[in-house]
Ligand binder design. Structure first.
Ligand code: COS
Length: 383
């Protein structure tokens, strides 16, 4: 159920204060140390941020998609590495359980994920299966009361912190397509499961991605998500539809933050005897960033409301992800331009955001995958 407007505003205000008072002052430190400090992670637990999307009966906040997007926008007003701490529990790590999990799986995992006691990761991508997710090679072969898993997952967010992986693996190797894939909940301490060293990345220091390697990893049969094999790919797609809206909200938040920083700088910095913001060429850049971030805000909230009303929003979620992730890239580029030389120097933090936002056009489906999803859905409407 949706929150009443007063409670909703209070929640947004609380998250905004947390971001302003706790996260923003720590941005440079997090980038430097490649770690979000434990007291901030604890603050996130205390606020219930790990459980935004988990139903209240399991200890989460049970937000609607619209409310979650509004919180995502607030979390976007600081380095995206902070959002990443809670990102997989809110989205791709937990939603498979919420949507398709058996009652015992919900009872066991959701309270732990909602409180932040446990972290969930989403293990779909492989060295040879990225955009073409249905071609994944990791196998889970039934053997008595167990499955034996073999394969490698790549670029798995929060893998080094995870207690459980929502894993997509092929249970029917004779079926090379989507129908041969099943989803599992694999505890991180399963024998035969190892985590690689965190990859060095272009941006978002403080958020980590690693390989997850399965070598004859045996898990009980009960770890199958739900009670049916062969529906794991669809589960992944449903989870991604939802995740794409969340990410779009975060992109809008980052864009709003960068615009804010750009406007303040333009109002202070003087050249040719006046504030650079008084020059129309600077105003044009600010105006473009404002118009685009406003368009992103409107579209993602609209799509979120449609989803809350029970509509299938695969197309709209892809459109939001495509527009908002590309949009924040342009806004970050203009922010560097408005800041000039200072935009290129680390001390001002703008170049860090420029690097941080680049991943938004790649993960949870590249811009080209979003175009493909939009195109296919449009054609489906007339055939
Ligand atoms: N919701 C529910 N079911 C879906 C779905 C969705 N959003 N999208 C596809 N499906 C179903 C299809 O209906 C189809 O089922 P049937 O076989 O019963 O008809 C099945 O899943 C296979 O779908 P499709 O044929 O469209 O699969 P493709 O292999 O052509 O894959 C893309 C399509 C490219 C869209 C998909 O692989 C994709 O999204 N790739 C990007 C993956 C990604 O985002 N990776 C990031 C990793 S997570 S950070």
């Amino acid at each position: 159920m949706a929150l009443d407007i007063e409670t909703r505003n209070q929640l947004i205000e609380t998250v905004r204060r947390f971001v302003t008072e706790q996260c923003r002052p720590a941005e440079a430190e997090v980038a430097e140390n490649d770690e979000v400090p434990e007291h901030i992670v604890q603050g996130m637990r205390d606020l219930g941020l790990f459980g935004l999307s988990i139903p209240e009966e399991y200890g989460g906040l049970g937000l609607t998609m619209e409310e979650e997007v509004l919180v995502g926008i607030e979390l976007g007003r600081t380095s995206p590495a902070f959002r990443s701490v809670v990102g997989t529990n809110i989205g791709i790590g937990s939603q498979g359980i919420v949507m398709d999990g058996r009652q015992d799986q919900k009872d066991y995992w959701l309270p732990k994920l909602a409180s932040g006691e446990a972290v969930a990761s989403f293990a779909l991508t492989e060295p040879e299966a990225g955009s073409d997710a249905a071609s994944l090679r990791t196998t889970a072969i039934a053997d008595g009361d167990e499955y034996i898993i073999n394969g490698t997952k790549r670029f798995i967010t929060n893998a080094n912190k995870a207690s459980v992986f929502t894993l997509m693996a092929r249970t029917d190797p004779s079926n090379k397509g989507a129908g041969g894939i099943s989803a599992f909940l694999v505890p991180a301490d399963s024998p035969g499961l190892t985590i690689g060293k965190p990859d060095k990345k272009m941006g978002q220091q403080g958020a980590h991605i690693c390989d997850v390697i399965f070598e004859d990893c045996r898990i009980p049969k009960l770890c199958l998500l739900g009670d049916k094999e062969g529906v794991g790919f669809k589960a992944a797609m449903k989870v991604l539809d939802r995740g794409r809206l969340h990410i779009s909200g975060v992109c809008v938040g980052v864009a709003e933050r960068l615009l804010d920083d750009s406007v303040r700088y333009a109002a202070e910095r003087k050249q040719f005897g006046q504030r650079i913001g008084d020059f129309q060429l600077i105003q044009a850049m600010l105006a473009d960033s404002k118009s685009e971030s406003y368009a992103g805000r409107c579209m993602v909230l609209d799509a979120a409301r449609l989803r809350d009303a029970g509509e299938n929003v695969s197309l709209e979620a892809a459109a939001c992800k495509l527009f908002c992730s590309e949009m924040v890239g342009r806004v970050a580029d203009r922010a560097v331009q408005v800041f000039g030389g200072a935009g290129y120097v680390s001390d001002y933090g703008i170049e860090r955001f420029y690097r941080d936002v680049r991943i938004f056009r790649l993960y949870e489906g590249t811009s080209q995958v979003q175009q493909l999803v939009i195109g296919r859905n449009l054609l489906k409407q007339v055939s």
